[in-house]
Design a protein around this ligand. Structure first.
Ligand code: FE
Ligand code: ZN
Length: 522
């Protein structure tokens, strides 16, 4: 019952409590109860959603008891549960790896067109969001960006049953229980470990006090994001009892292709770098051409309709100090020319979509417009190539796809304090916050725009990122989140920072079933 409704929100438990209790395993409730641990509602929902087994929950309770924590929170649950889940995923990937035991034998027989389903259908691409940047980089434009951010995200809160009755900040009264939606202008971590926010809406601003004793995880609260605060008003300060993020509904209908077709997701090719793994990339291209692989592998390849590239297609020039010594191709034009030569080997019935990254010849701040024609004219001349911006939002065979290079991922990783190869947690945060990079101007440069193109307004079915050079995928509330890794071997920069890339592992997304397979061409 709980899962059937498409308008349920994960933490909107108040309305749904009875239903949950009905379906919730009684053992889970009593387990926490007997151990004197309060189960917070978000965690409650998460345990249900992920169907976390009793054994894992027992370990989690042990973990809390060791630390004398009496409130079960999703963040601490993830600390315990995620590593295990990842192990599970890894086993799954291993099982599903199609080309792991790839034998390099060219198949001589020519495959007739009737054997290639992807050849018999036209690509169905709809651009769902057009980016028009006319910004001249004025401070006023940043105000416009923030205004637009507030408008879009407060609208999302208005759609949430338990949030929609929020008040204007200038109407809250001392002594009352209040609920407001505001953009965080300032986050102050006091020495006492309490946190004080300054939040703002169109009517005014107020301070918000979050006690270190509260169960609110303040690491997950970012400057410049829009949140809903519930608490007691004490004049010009709200004593927060609860913080809500816009998030996405727990359950919703996802969009699918009627046909069994695949979309292949890659990123961070870094053509031009000495570390670009060309031999492996050519092996991938030969597989796309049904030249290598066993019958099953070729059958998969024959259903590939889309190749989506999420940025850093070339290594670029002057992206970091002394980059020259790492470059094999020293001209940006020649780098794009080389990429053109490679991509012209992709079968022409596969629609290629190219979005830029921070190494590309597009502007160095997000949002980015498509790679300009003057640098990559050959790519513009391939009929099956479509150049888009970063981020880009489109549908392919109905599946709503958000492609974003992932420029802000490292920033988010640092804030939420997860390991730097955890590419999945930051993507989940983007969904919770409905924003690809809420904190302006930290590691990632952003351009002031009249519209905030980084808000996740319409919920995609697939989010494809790169940038970290580490593969990862998960499903969050119906949306598949994929980071597509890289084609560049470990660079000196990465060795210094102990970053271990996972090159040549290609996620293949089934547009009908939404299943993801990882194939290894390394
Ligand atoms: Fe990269
Ligand atoms: Zn990058």
């Amino acid at each position: 019952m709980f899962r059937r409704s498409s308008t349920n929100w994960g933490n909107q438990m108040a309305v749904d409590t009875e239903e949950i209790v009905e379906i919730l395993d009684k053992d889970i409730i009593s387990l926490f109860y007997e151990n004197d641990i309060v189960l917070d509602k978000e965690t409650y929902g998460y345990i249900l959603e992920e169907k976390i087994d009793i054994e894992s929950l027992r370990k989690y309770i042990e973990y809390l008891q060791e630390r004398e924590i009496h409130i079960a929170e999703k963040s601490s649950l993830l600390d315990v549960y995620l590593p295990k889940m990842r192990e599970k995923n890894f086993e799954f990937e291993k099982k599903e790896t199609v080309l792991d035991k790839l034998v390099e034998k060219e198949v001589e027989e020519t495959i007739k067109s009737r054997d290639i389903p992807a050849k018999d259908v036209d690509p169905e691409i709809k651009i769902l969001k057009k980016m028009e940047t006319d910004s001249e980089g004025n401070f006023e434009d940043f105000l416009e960006t923030f205004k637009d951010r507030y408008e879009k995200i407060s609208k999302i809160f208005k759609e949430r049953v338990n949030m929609r009755d929020f008040q204007n900040i200038n109407s809250i009264k001392k002594g009352e229980n209040v609920k407001v939606v505001g953009l965080i202008r300032k986050k102050l971590n006091a020495k006492t470990k309490n946190v004080i926010l300054t939040i703002e809406d169109f009517s005014g601003f107020t301070k918000v006090f979050i006690s270190r004793k509260s169960s609110i995880n303040t690491n997950l609260i970012f400057e410049d994001e829009v949140i809903c605060v519930e608490g007691k008003c004490g004049g010009n300060i709200i004593y927060a009892q609860n913080i809500e993020f816009p998030d996405v509904p727990l359950v919703r209908e996802v969009n699918r292709s009627d046909m069994d077709l695949y979309s292949v997701l890659i990123s961070d090719i870094h053509v031009g770098s000495k570390m670009f793994l060309e031999k492996e990339f050519l092996r991938f291209l030969r597989w796309l051409n049904l030249k290598i692989g066993d019958e099953k592998q070729k059958r998969t390849a024959s259903k590939i309709k889309y190749l989506i590239i999420a940025g850093d297609v070339v290594d670029g020039i002057g992206i970091y100090p002394n980059q020259k010594k790492d470059l094999k191709i020293l001209s940006i034009y020649d780098q794009y020319k080389k990429l053109y030569e490679l991509l012209s080997l992709v079968p022409d019935y596969i629609q290629i979509i190219i979005s830029p990254g921070n190494h590309d010849a597009a502007r160095p701040v997000i949002p980015q417009l498509p790679i300009p024609k003057e640098f990559a004219s050959e790519l513009y001349n391939i009929d099956n190539v479509l150049m888009v911006g970063n981020p880009a939002f489109f549908s392919m065979h109905n599946v709503k796809t958000l492609v974003y290079h992932g420029d802000t991922i490292f920033d988010i990783i640092e804030r939420i304090r997860v390991p730097q190869n955890d590419v999945v947690s930051p993507m989940i945060q983007m969904f919770k916050k409905r924003h690809l990079g809420p904190m302006y101007g930290k590691k990632t440069g952003m351009s002031p725009e009249r519209e905030d193109y980084l808000v996740i307004e319409d919920i995609p079915d697939l989010l494809h990122t790169g940038h970290v050079h580490v593969n990862g995928h998960t499903v969050y509330r119906g949306t598949t989140l994929i980071n597509s890794g890289t084609w560049q071997a470990q660079t000196e920069y990465q060795i210094l920072r102990n970053m271990i890339p996972t090159p040549c592992r290609v996620p293949i997304f089934n547009l009908k079933t939404h299943k993801t397979m990882i194939t290894n061409f390394g």
